[in-house]
Unconditional design. Structure first.
Length: 157
């Protein structure tokens, strides 16, 4: 039997997924069914682009529902680390890029909540993995396409 991957996320993210699933299974599914019904009323289905589009939309909807169900079924709820001396999920970490001598603060989150645009990085990313279980003063090296990047951990909160 194949073991399903676990998806680390907060209780808030799990609740968002459940809400989205409910919406897709109730409101959106009815909307798509109505589109198909309307397209069928146009007659011959062999040359009916509206029908083809509606069926494509239905396929996308069912795919999204299956994806969200999988995430919910395999969710692993993680609690934010209460420690401020060692980096864990939920930690806010200020690092100094030793090559650029610039500081940046990141939040370490589960993979389902990562959003690099707002400095929320996954514990599964190369940078996130490099930070996990480290402490203030540690120097980490991250392999990137541009070469090895070096960071010093300045602050954990």
């Amino acid at each position: 039997m194949i073991k399903e991957a676990k998806y680390k996320m907060s209780e808030e993210r799990l609740a968002q997924l459940k809400d989205e699933l409910h919406y897709l299974q109730t409101v959106r599914e009815k909307e798509v069914a109505q589109l198909i019904k309307e397209a069928r009323s146009f007659g011959d289905l062999t040359e009916n682009s509206e029908y083809d589009d509606a069926k494509t939309e239905q396929g996308k909807l069912y795919s999204k529902i299956a994806e969200i169900k999988n995430l919910i079924d395999n969710a692993e709820i993680v609690k934010a680390s209460a420690k401020t001396d060692i980096i864990g999920i939920g930690s806010k970490v200020t690092v100094r890029d030793l090559g650029e001598n610039e500081e940046e603060t990141y939040e370490i989150v589960g993979s389902q909540e990562a959003d690099p645009a707002i400095l929320r990085i996954s514990d599964d990313s190369p940078f996130g993995k490099g930070l996990m279980e480290r402490k203030v003063g540690d120097i980490i090296e991250i392999e990137a396409p541009a070469g090895t990047l070096r960071f010093e951990i300045i602050k954990i909160s």
